[in-house]
Design a protein. Structure first.
Length: 515
């Protein structure tokens, strides 16, 4: 009988190194074959001195060598090693990566917070898609790490927003006592930010479900709430969890160690995790808290197994989440939705009309669509130079399904929707690889024309089609109500912003009446 594919993942975290080996089964299922966990004070080094000490680096190498022997013994066909972006903050993180590669032959990949969040979300979605109203109600996913925390709000199956905050269990316990007042003071800016964000979405009156994720908290939950485990999730009623929360809050660390038999490395962060989960859970109206009975590493393992290798592919449902997240960012900065959607439709029509001749890829269409939605959000800061403000707001935002370098691309596309074209003297643009410069230029050239066709913000263009020749791109437009008296106005607006398109594609741009 043919054996299913085996995959492996080594995850170097803030205070442990973990390894999963799983068997890939049908229907996108992974059966756990092996799970190893070794505590190590990587995060303490970073928080204390900003670098990784040689003993810690040596210990990591030793652990990975042992893990590789296990991987080889199983004849694992596909595996990789990852490290969280919070460890990248170490001044000598590249030394760790290089020395591990030299000794073990394993190249460590740095995973950005948005990648971790995407993996967690996809895993949670798979496990809960037909349970507890996950796709019909408002669910908050709170993923708490050692160095950062990701929150995702999903409403009726679509992501409303996602945010990463550089606050985690290890950062919370540094120089803090464990009093509730101490934690409340330090969590206050975080919680207020969340509450203020919720207020921007009046359609979401309450949070129906809360998913809390943290490996250290899980080590306590497994010991206390075994009766509440249902199909890979601990489903704990509010009153039960609150009782546990107050118990942990009141206990000294030595008592927690004695009662729950915890490893010394986990004591402080496990307590911090329960307190942080409890305090944030209290901000919601959810009647139960759901805690998955798997490590975050498992979600990354799942992503490794089932994500397509081709980076130009869009995963099923990904475009819808990107689109809804972009709209949420637009609402956050009070964008003109009708204008943004009109520019989007016009730009995509131009993009599709060029597609046959220029063979753009699917992701470029997503970049263009997202940039159109967000191109004017900089007006929230100031109408003056709002294109530059838009770029800054976009690059400081996050959207599940898009990496940070992709958000930078979208920021640049939006930045050039008006005023000057991309220039080598522009710092952010000049730092892009040549392939990404080409993407910015061709997509920005399209959004400039689309924006010009709705320069009055009145959505008078009902539709368009392209007629291409060797020297000309004729944009044939249909105007609502046959108000073609606007033609000269639109021709003038397009002429002013067609420079980048004409230069990039080598085609003159002319507006024509739809007959």
């Amino acid at each position: 009988m043919k054996r299913n594919r085996l995959i492996g993942l080594i995850d170097i975290g803030f205070h442990s190194v973990k390894m999963y080996i799983g068997e890939v089964e049908r229907k996108k299922n992974i059966r756990k074959i092996e799970y190893l966990w070794v505590p190590i004070a990587v995060g303490k080094d970073i928080l204390k001195q900003g670098t990784l000490s040689n003993p810690v680096i040596q210990e990591v190498i030793h652990i990975i060598k042992n893990f590789k022997e296990v991987i080889d013994s199983y004849s694992v066909s596909q595996y990789k090693a990852i490290v969280s972006s919070s460890i990248k903050a170490a001044g000598n993180a590249e030394v760790l990566i290089e020395r591990v590669l030299n000794v073990t032959g394993i190249k460590i990949e740095i995973v950005e917070p948005i990648e971790e969040t995407q993996a967690v979300y996809e895993g949670i979605k798979l496990f809960l898609k037909e349970r507890y109203g996950f796709l019909d109600k408002n669910f908050l996913i709170f993923s708490l790490g050692g160095g950062s925390t990701q929150i995702i709000l999903q409403s009726k199956g679509k992501i409303v927003f996602s945010e990463t905050h550089h606050i985690g269990t290890l950062r919370m316990i540094k120089d803090l006592d464990f009093s509730q007042k101490s934690f409340q003071i330090n969590l206050r800016p975080f919680s207020l930010s969340f509450v203020q964000t919720l207020k921007r979405f009046p359609g979401i009156s309450k949070i129906d479900g809360f998913v809390g994720i943290n490996d250290d908290a899980l080590s306590l939950v497994q010991k206390v709430f075994s009766d509440f485990l249902v199909k890979d999730f601990y489903r704990i009623p509010r009153e039960e969890f609150n009782r546990f929360f107050y118990q942990i809050e009141a206990m000294q660390l030595d008592k927690i160690k004695e009662k729950f038999q915890l490893n010394d490395n986990l004591l402080k962060t496990a307590k911090a995790a329960i307190l942080m989960l409890g305090m944030f859970y209290d901000l919601t109206s959810a009647k139960t808290i759901l805690i998955p009975n798997v490590s975050n590493s498992f979600f990354m393992l799942y992503k490794t197994a089932f994500t397509k290798v081709n980076s130009q592919d869009i995963q099923p449902g990904e475009r819808e989440n990107i689109f809804s997240s972009a709209i949420a960012i637009g609402k956050k900065y009070q964008f003109d939705a009708e204008h943004a959607f009109e520019v989007k439709e016009l730009a995509l029509s131009i993009f599709d009309g060029l597609q046959e001749h220029y063979h753009f890829n699917e992701k470029e269409r997503v970049y263009l669509e997202t940039a159109c939605i967000l191109h004017d959000i900089g007006i929230f800061v100031s109408p003056t130079n709002h294109h530059k403000h838009s770029a800054q707001l976009i690059r400081s935002s996050e959207i599940l399904g898009l990496q940070q370098n992709e958000m930078e691309l979208i920021a640049q596309i939006a930045r050039y929707h008006r005023k000057s074209s991309p220039k080598a003297s522009h710092d952010e643009y000049s730092e892009l690889p040549i392939e990404e410069k080409l993407i910015v230029s061709r997509l920005a050239s399209i959004i400039r024309i689309a924006d010009a066709m709705d320069s009055t913000h009145s959505q008078i263009v009902e539709g368009l089609k392209l007629r291409l020749s060797e020297e000309e791109c004729a944009i044939v437009i249909k105007i609502k109500g046959n108000h073609y008296e606007y033609m000269e106005l639109l021709k003038g607006a397009v002429k002013k912003k067609a420079d980048l398109f004409e230069s990039f594609f080598g085609l003159s741009v002319n507006l024509e009446k739809w007959v």
